[in-house]
Write a protein that binds this ligand. Structure first.
Ligand code: NOJ
Length: 750
């Protein structure tokens, strides 16, 4: 036997009282042995300590006392490397077992360098952008000792009233799965064990985005079939991508709060998907089961949560304080606690914390590195969606000499960062006004008058001033939208029109007759039909982050060409909610045109207007459909050829077509493949996105695009709650958005 092996066995047999010697090197089997050894030496208190996450107290001495006693497994919200090391040193060198702490922080779309909000990243339809953004966030966050983030948020979000839509990848199952998995890979890097990798967290499991009325934290009523067909897949994809942790959601679904839901945590997550990482509650969500009326008191809440399969509790101490008694009385088995602790230790070992618990305090700062800013700019550039461009107002022509910049979002460095920015600083933000001046100031004269001081400003006094600066301008660029506070957690809205007097501002600018470019910066899709109508061009930018300014400036002046697509359906009116493209058909599908209410005669007969599933005053057509976005150039789609019209469920369907750039600019098109299962044992969506890719073409260039889709990916949870491909007729579309393209039929024969 080799000497190393003997040494290795010897090390494994060493008593683990002083765990500063435990190392995380080795594969899974080795890690499992180490976990077992460590566990066998832990007291019940120490086990419950591992299951306890606290939020950082300002007073470090208080935390030190708890850590020494082994009462803390993880700390949330410590972002100072010196303090992180000081606390870690106590855990590793002064607690009995020396188990390192797991330092957590909400690093949602960047740490210091802020990328577009996740909804904006989804608008890029570019998983590389999502992966790079998460990688950079991990590099910056880990440099101060953060090794766990609570992202990606992959809740399917079909209600823009819900403020947290900003944090999501939008309404689509496939897009959310692809972008969410890319983020997991970015955060976690090639190996969790690398010091720049941080554990990702798939949240919020599950159904949180379906909150009734779009009101945050509200109940959901999602059937098991919808959970499986719509809400689970992004989470299953994250689990497959190796996500280290999951977070339970605040909502109760069909009466069962996720934090106490055995079906989702045990049967599905552990049983069906084989997840072996750790599950954390959301902030106080175990105790919130009392307010839900699901748990009687803290004891009950802790019992329900751990018995359902939760491993760690965020901030509320219900586990630590109550589980000893519950174990004594037999309400919780100690094996349940052991399983939870194993899951937690497994993540700590995989992160390499036992070997490298400390962060290098002396390392030169990596924050706002040039390469990080460049990646953030690219992300912002790709995320902007061109919704309208009448008479090719954009890109601005060389004949433009004077540009009037107006609107409350033109120079709002804090607001353009968006929600969930705890660490990014507005002093590093580059606003559109600053970027237009600094990059294009030698080519055009810039006159600036915000008109309104912030997005909710109702004081119309400044509008006249804004109008007056347009007098000598060749073009007006109006930056409107939402301040950061208007979206995000607990920031739902019932009205999605532009806030304050922004609509009046746009109307007044439109009246000047000058070419009007409206740039919207917001945390969600707003109902901007009226303002879009009044504008010649509209660029939509979900809060674009640190580098939003230069990205938008380059798009306006044509150095970059828009390529973003809507990751959500844009509505004409808030009353159309829920409106999403992948809906099932009713028995009376709505016609796409509807008559204005005024045209319906007085005393019209009950059935004179027909009977279809629509709104008399708004119809069912969106303002802009899912997947929509223009370019400065134009693309021609050739007729797709498919590999066969008859396929078996084991085949791979190949779709080939030509894409040609028929315009004057080089540009990138996001080509999309949609599928419909025509007849099934349960009704299926009218269209579902199955593939997309970004194709860049020079003016006049043509490329052949190939999509490969295994027929097995047409499987769904059917009437017998089995995931299968049901033989029969299908349709597919290759298209620039969810409403275009020619239907092509094919059949699955077995
Ligand atoms: C509550 C939020 O729902 C969750 O997304 C976040 O990660 C935690 N708070 C921690 O801040």
């Amino acid at each position: 036997m080799k000497i190393q092996n003997i040494l290795y066995i010897y090390l494994l047999m060493l008593p683990l009282a002083s765990c500063t010697h435990v190392s995380n090197s080795g594969g899974d089997a080795v890690i499992e042995r180490k976990i077992e050894n460590l566990l066998s030496d832990m007291t019940l208190e120490e086990k419950l300590g591992q299951m306890n996450q606290i939020s950082s107290y300002g007073n470090i001495e208080d935390m030190i006392g708890l850590i020494k006693k082994g009462e803390v497994g993880s700390i949330l919200n410590e972002v100072d490397a010196v303090r992180v090391n000081a606390l870690q040193r106590v855990a590793v060198e002064e607690s009995r077992l020396g188990i390192p702490l797991l330092m957590a922080r909400d690093v949602i779309h960047g740490f210091k360098t802020i990328f577009p909000i996740p909804l904006g990243q989804a608008a890029t339809f570019d998983p590389e952008v999502a992966k790079d953004g998460a990688r950079i966030a991990a590099i910056e966050a880990s440099s101060v000792g953060v090794r766990w983030t609570f992202a990606p948020m992959i809740d399917i979000s079909r209600d823009p009233r819900w403020g947290r839509i900003a944090e999501s990848c939008g309404e689509d199952v496939y897009l959310s799965s692809v972008m969410g998995s890319a983020m997991v890979k970015g955060f976690q890097g090639d190996s969790l064990n690398s010091p720049t990798s941080i554990a990702a967290c798939a949240k919020h499991f599950v159904g949180y985005g379906a909150a009734e009325g779009g009101r945050d934290y509200n109940s959901t009523f999602i059937s098991e079939r919808s959970l499986r067909n719509v809400y689970f897949p992004p989470f299953e994809a994250a689990a497959k991508a190796g996500v280290a942790t999951f977070m339970t959601s605040f909502n109760d679904n069909d009466g069962v709060p996720s934090t106490g839901n055995k079906f989702i945590l045990k049967d599905v997550l552990r049983g069906e998907w084989g997840f072996d990482g750790l599950v954390v509650t959301d902030w106080n969500s175990a105790r919130e089961m009392i307010a839900h009326g699901f748990a009687a008191d803290d004891k009950d809440a802790a019992t329900l949560a751990v018995n359902a399969g939760v491993d760690m509790e965020m901030v509320s101490y219900a586990f630590f304080k109550n589980l000893p008694e519950q174990i004594k009385s037999g309400k919780v088995k100690e094996e349940v606690i052991d399983e939870a602790v194993k899951n937690i230790l497994r993540v700590k070992f995989r992160l390499g914390l036992f070997d490298n618990p400390y962060v290098d305090e002396k390392r030169p700062s990596v924050m706002y590195d040039e390469s990080h800013l460049a990646a953030a700019k690219r992300a912002a550039e790709e995320s902007v969606i061109l919704l309208k461009n009448e008479r090719e107002v954009l890109p601005l022509k060389e004949t433009v000499r004077t540009v009037a910049v107006v609107g409350p979002m033109a120079d709002a460095p804090y607001e353009q960062l968006g929600t969930w920015v705890f660490d990014g600083e507005k002093s590093h933000t580059q606003t559109p006004l600053a970027a237009i001046r600094s990059i294009y100031g030698d080519k055009v004269q810039v006159v600036y008058e915000p008109g309104l001081t912030y997005s909710r400003d109702k004081n119309v006094a400044g509008i006249a001033k804004a109008v007056s600066v347009t007098a000598h301008a060749d073009v007006v660029i109006a930056f409107v939208g939402e301040e950061a506070i208007l979206s995000g957690e607990a920031h739902s809205l019932a009205d999605l029109n532009l806030q304050g007097a922004q609509s009046e501002l746009i109307a007044a600018l439109a009246k000047t007759g000058k070419p009007l470019v409206t740039v919207v910066m917001a945390g969600r899709q707003l109902t901007i039909g009226k303002e879009a109508e009044e504008s010649d061009a509209v660029l939509y930018s979900f809060h674009p982050g640190t580098m939003g300014g230069p990205a938008i400036a380059d798009l306006l002046f044509g150095k970059a060409v828009p390529s973003g697509k809507t990751p959500v359906t844009f509505l004409k009116a808030v009353g159309q909610i829920p409106l999403y493209y992948a809906h099932n058909n009713s028995g009376r599908p709505a016609s796409l045109n509807y008559k204005p209410l005024e045209e319906i005669p007085v005393e019209a007969g009950q059935t004179s207007e027909g009977s279809s599933s629509s709104y008399m005053d708004a119809g069912v057509q969106p303002l802009y459909p899912f997947g929509y976005g223009l370019s400065y150039t134009t693309f021609k789609y050739g007729k797709p050829k498919i590999s066969s019209r008859e396929l078996s469920s084991k085949d791979v369907l190949t779709v080939v077509f030509d894409l040609e750039n028929t315009g004057r600019y080089e540009g990138t098109e996001v080509v999309q493949l949609y599928v419909q299962d025509k007849v099934a044992s349960v009704t299926r969506p009218v269209k579902e996105l199955k593939r997309f890719t970004r194709v860049t073409l020079k003016s006049g260039e043509k490329k052949t695009v190939t999509f490969e889709l295994p027929v097995s990916e047409l499987a769904f949870w059917n009437i017998d709650m089995m995931k299968i491909v049901e033989p029969g007729d299908f349709a597919l579309w290759v298209a620039p958005d969810s409403q275009s393209g020619e239907e092509i039929g094919f059949r699955v024969i077995d």
